[in-house]
Write a protein that binds this ligand. Structure first.
Ligand code: AMP
Length: 397
């Protein structure tokens, strides 16, 4: 029996899943996350029966991603039984202007993806380091890149353009969009759930630590809130989201902050964390009595509603809204507040359905059908890996 592993290696976490491949069909076998890398790494995984598997490492900030990946690989081997891993699929955050379809990660592709690190400094270096670490461990195992920008690759030309002199666009300074694997999953689920409305106009809201929205029309991305980098758009856990560009000039010229300091400020110290001064975690902010926590939540909702409204012209109206990711799937309060701010578009929620995170949370008679759909980027990656292997197999001599 064959198995496929998916990996999403970030700065402080590594998400993974193991799928059994039988014929063409994939079956989830085990998956989870190593969290708090750099401080107190711990593994939390579950198998297909829902059994929870946990492992804590001694508190040791010095444990590298490479070491943890080696441990993870050893752990996966204990789960495999008589199955053999035939390929690893990676979430690679930035494919730049050239890479969209899933591709085999070879030296040339790794070199090309290195050049995109400045466009995704929080994610790309860790994504690529994981590929290299696994190549060292298992040099013959095919590793496949699945790009988070791919779903937006065919954005209308105008949606890719920044209002800068044309030469910059030609050098790649343009809008790309992210969270594409998540939106691809949402678009597939919508197609299954509502085949009669595949032409519908939908806003998908991926609200997690990173947060963005995508305007989906007839199953395709027609606009999205993240742009050149994953900093744009909504206010996030630690990222600022869209910001008056004059603020950055002021930070550098008047406050004498270096480019590196500004980068750290905008990616790691802003958003919910910066405004509350307490936490980047929505759950923690809900439990706080501090007025700064309430203000951070208010600002998150305000920016989310504003960004959603800004997507409407690309859609020409709204038939559906989908919430996904940590906050989107689990937080009825935030969903209700965003929908309330957008009630003029015809959104009305069923409070009881919303309260229990039901799959449809809009009220009877709401003009806009509002859904909660759990995201599953791992399943999308695994499917791409299978398709690529099949394609390569059918083209080999
Ligand atoms: P993600 O990046 O998708 O894992 O989402 C992380 C965010 O989801 C954090 O802000 C969490 O506090 C938030 N989150 C996860 N579960 C819940 C919940 N039950 N209620 C509110 N927020 C949650």
């Amino acid at each position: 029996m064959k198995a496929i592993v998916t990996l999403n290696a970030g700065s402080s976490s590594i998400k993974f899943a193991l799928y059994e491949l039988s014929g063409d069909s994939l079956r989830f076998d085990a998956g989870g996350k190593i969290e708090e890398i750099g401080t107190a790494p711990r593994l939390r995984a579950r198998n297909a029966d829902g059994d929870i598997l946990e492992r804590n490492w001694p508190h040791d900030g010095a444990l590298s991603h490479e070491h943890l990946l080696e441990d993870l690989f050893a752990w996966a081997a204990t789960q495999l039984g008589d199955r053999e891993i035939i390929a690893i699929g990676h979430r690679i955050v930035h494919g730049g202007p050239y890479f969209a379809a899933p591709r085999l990660l070879d030296d040339a592709l790794l070199d090309a993806l290195d050049t995109l690190i400045p466009l995704a400094p929080l994610h790309q270096p860790h994504n690529l380091a994981a590929v290299r670490a696994l190549r060292a461990l298992a040099p013959d195992l095919p590793q496949i890149a699945c790009f988070d920008t791919a779903f937006h690759h065919d954005l209308p030309a105008l949606a890719t353009r920044l209002p800068l002199p044309r030469a910059f666009h030609d050098q790649g300074v343009r809008r790309y969009g992210f969270h594409g694997l998540s939106y691809e999953h949402i678009a597939e689920r919508l197609r299954e759930a509502d085949p009669d409305r595949v032409g519908g106009r939908v806003i998908a809201a991926h609200l997690g630590n990173g947060a963005s929205m995508c305007a989906i029309r007839a199953g395709k991305s027609v606009d999205t809130t993240m742009g050149f980098t994953a900093l744009d758009g909504l206010m996030m856990g630690t990222r600022s989201g869209a910001l008056d560009p004059g603020v950055i000039l002021h930070l550098q010229t008047q406050l004498r902050m270096s480019a590196q300091e500004v980068e750290t400020l905008l990616y790691k110290k802003s958003g919910l964390l910066g405004v509350s001064g307490l936490s980047s975690d929505m759950r923690s902010l809900h439990t706080s009595d501090a007025p700064q926590a309430a203000e951070a939540i208010d600002l998150f909702v305000r920016h989310a509603a504003r960004q959603a409204a800004a997507l409407i012209p690309a859609l020409g109206g709204l038939d559906g809204m989908v919430f996904t990711a940590g906050i989107g799937e689990n937080d009825p309060v935030i969903r209700a507040r965003i929908c309330e701010s957008l009630s003029w578009l015809g959104l009305a929620l069923d409070a009881e359905a919303n309260g229990r995170n039901a799959s449809i949370i809009s009220a009877q008679g709401s003009k806009v059908l509002v859904r909660v759909i759990p995201t599953d980027e791992e399943a999308v990656i695994a499917r791409h890996v299978v398709n690529l292997i099949k394609f390569e197999g059918s083209h080999s001599p």
